[in-house]
Design a protein around this ligand. Structure first.
Ligand SMILES: *Cc1c(COP(=O)(O)O)cnc(C)c1O
Length: 441
């Protein structure tokens, strides 16, 4: 009764590209952006101005500066609310906290402003956002073509959950456009890629993916967690739906789990009823933390990139290091693409230590600044090894086939000063070289 726009996502009949039915995507016809507080579409050009002000509002009752936390599970029902339920615009009113609440609207408005999206929904995790978004745009029996370089949870969604729902996925090399096209079947509905992959930091050519999708009338969903809306404006490049794990750079302080799905109001209106059913709604206090974290997103991303670039450059010339992957290094295979597409996009650096996984373990022990933990995107540097954490479920040979060589280290560079990070790596790598020399002596 509260689901106004629940038509299953049928990519062919609702595509804005389908001739003669362009009015279906015409926002003016029946939909407005949001739901947001007020009508005002901001006109700020700067990402930091949006990050600080969009969606945030002072408390009208007390004058308290900043958005209050609306810690309420339910809202008073008056004529307006009853009418919204009856007439199918309940997403634009407050009724029950899972359906939507003021804390969610505030942070959704900020995220939408940063991403240049008409609408957004926050979720209780990145995986809740991804699963809900993918299932919102797949019919019974549908197929998705996705990157073979995927976050583990997403890999499991495609490989284990989809088949149990009578759906399927083909995983392809994200740099091989012929393979992507060849994998498209008559029942394919989605192209799904991560903008920057983990751990090799492959940069995906999104304009090219969009071009293939347009040709075959498919929807494009991009996980832009590693790139953030500061680093990459997916929707401007023609992507239909952007998803992020907000647990990473968006929140930036390693103190909450959240996700977000963004896109046109029309498409996000199709995600909303699935969010209601699957239930991954974000609680008001987490909304507040995320909204607060987002205010510094643009300056944090600049600091992440500056420190990561300086450290990656240092590591690349160090004799104890075999190889460094960072998209802004000229040695990275996607360097030209990264320069074209990305700007302050990521603080993640992956490198290979000479001497294999044993040497990598010794390095982690010798480092003082980076904390040994999975995850990424926090203000503090985090370091981990794929072989015993993120990619531990694969055999040695499977990891090598994926390009993850022995001695591979994942480093999420925080916003610490590059001089301190470099000094720490210098002393840690120095200890290792000393040890090697002693053993050899
Ligand atoms: C962490 C992550 C996810 C999952 O997000 P959660 O918030 O942990 O559920 C999805 N995609 C990428 C690229 C991630 O790094």
């Amino acid at each position: 009764m509260t689901t106004s726009n629940t038509t299953r996502g049928d990519a062919s009949s609702q595509s804005p590209l389908s001739p003669g039915i362009n009015w279906l995507s015409d926002l003016k016809r029946s939909r407005k952006p949001g739901p947001f507080f007020g009508e005002a579409q901001h006109t700020w050009s700067g990402a930091s101005t949006c990050a600080v002000h969009a969606g945030s509002s002072d408390d009208p009752r007390t004058g308290a500066v900043g958005t209050p936390i609306y810690q309420s599970s339910t809202f008073l029902l008056e004529d307006d609310q009853y009418n919204s339920i009856h007439d199918g615009y309940a997403r634009d009113r407050f009724i029950y906290a899972r359906y939507g609440n003021p804390s969610q609207w505030a942070v959704q408005q900020k995220l939408a402003a940063l991403e240049g999206a008409e609408s957004a929904i926050v979720f209780s995790s990145g995986m809740a956002a991804i699963t809900t978004a993918v299932l919102s745009f797949m019919d019974k029996g549908a197929h998705v073509v996705a990157s073979k370089e995927l976050y583990g949870g997403t890999y499991n969604l495609f490989n284990q959950e989809l088949p149990s729902l009578d759906m399927s996925a083909t995983l392809v090399d994200p740099r091989d456009f012929d393979a992507i096209e060849a994998a498209i079947q008559p029942n394919t509905q989605i192209l799904y890629f991560e903008a920057i992959t983990n751990p090799l930091l492959t940069v995906v050519d999104i304009p090219k993916i969009v071009e293939i999708a347009k040709k075959h009338r498919l929807r494009v969903i991009i996980d832009a967690t590693f790139a953030t809306p500061i680093g990459l404006r997916c929707l401007e490049l023609g992507v239909d739906i952007v998803v992020h794990s907000a647990s990473k750079y968006l929140n930036g302080h390693s103190d909450l789990i959240a996700g977000v799905v963004l896109g046109s109001r029309k498409l996000i209106d199709q995600v909303w009823p699935r969010m209601l059913t699957y239930g991954g709604s974000l609680d008001p206090h987490a909304c507040f933390l995320l909204e607060r974290g987002l205010k510094t997103l643009a300056i944090r991303m600049q600091a992440h990139q500056d420190s990561a670039f300086a450290l990656a450059t240092y590591l690349e010339q160090h004799p104890a290091i075999e190889k460094v992957f960072y998209p802004l290094l000229p040695s990275h295979p996607d360097h030209a693409l990264a320069q074209r597409l990305l700007d302050n996009a990521t603080g993640n650096v992956t490198f290979v230590v000479k001497g294999g996984d044993g040497a990598a373990l010794a390095l982690l022990k010798a480092l003082r600044l980076p904390k040994q933990a999975t995850s990424l995107g926090g203000v503090e540097s985090l370091i981990s090894l794929p072989f015993n954490s993120s990619q531990a479920g694969f055999t040695h040979q499977q990891r090598v086939d994926m390009g993850i060589l022995p001695g591979t280290v994942r480093l999420s560079v925080g916003i610490e000063d590059a001089t301190d990070l470099i000094a720490d790596f210098k002393q840690a790598l120095g200890q290792m070289t000393d040890k090697t020399e002693t053993t050899h002596a």
